[in-house]
Design a protein around this ligand. Sequence first.
Ligand SMILES: Nc1ncnc2c1ncn2[C@@H]1O[C@H](COP(=O)(O)OP(=O)(O)O)[C@@H](O)[C@H]1O
Ligand SMILES: [Mg+2]
Length: 240
Amino acid sequence: MERVSTGIEELDRKLIGGYPVNKATLITGVAGSGKTIFGIHFIHRNCVEGRKCLMIATEETPEDILYQAEILGHDIKPYYESGQLSIENIFESRSESIGQTRYGFKPESLDIELPNLIELIRDGTECLVIDNLGTFALRVSQKRLRDQFDGLNYLVRKKGCTTLLIMDESAHNLTHQLAEYSVYGSIRLLVKENAYLGKMERYLCIPKMRSTPISPDMSIFEITSKGIKIHEPKGGSLVE
Ligand SMILES: Nc1ncnc2c1ncn2[C@@H]1O[C@H](COP(=O)(O)OP(=O)(O)O)[C@@H](O)[C@H]1O
Ligand SMILES: [Mg+2]
């Protein structure tokens, strides 16, 4: 199967080359666990490789994302300025388009549902990040949400996008982890205490990745000034 680099060397190794091309991979985790930064690595690497990229954001402005990328040493501004990369904050752009003031909008008053996002995807987009699906997930019934996830997955595949769907852990749990079933693969980020060392650590596990032999072991990772660095698991234990 063809793969697209995740932008993180050790993760590419784990995934036998990267995210499966034209499929959707879900990333879940609590606030601050590093989800958006995983998205930034993916976008940066694929911009460098000349692919057309799109990031649809619900929480951050394009400026926030460009700044976060820059301070991690993954400057994506040149690609944003050249148009190779688009970053859309859907609530801002939608509220502007319906004539509301930039700061007076209420996301819940905007009728955006998951499949509508597809309208934002310009033809030729090869790499797509949607951050954060949780914003949509709590607005509809479970049955409808399941249909919407399936619909979104179908549509991004049809558009030919290798897609990273980001969802915060609380929305994921409140929706009974339904998103997990529609996607091709999923990656879970955790922040846990290492009782042995008496400190908090970041962990990554890959509960699902179709057509890919994956170890169920958790890996420890760090967020450094150069971005994400994943350590290889040692003997399957959480304690080094
Ligand atoms: N330069 C950096 N060095 C170390 N940690 C950083 C750096 N930049 C961001 N972080 C960490 O990354 C976390 C945010 O990651 P982010 O991807 O935005 O999380 P999420 O999207 O899961 O909420 C911050 O809480 C901070 O701890
Ligand atoms: Mg985020």
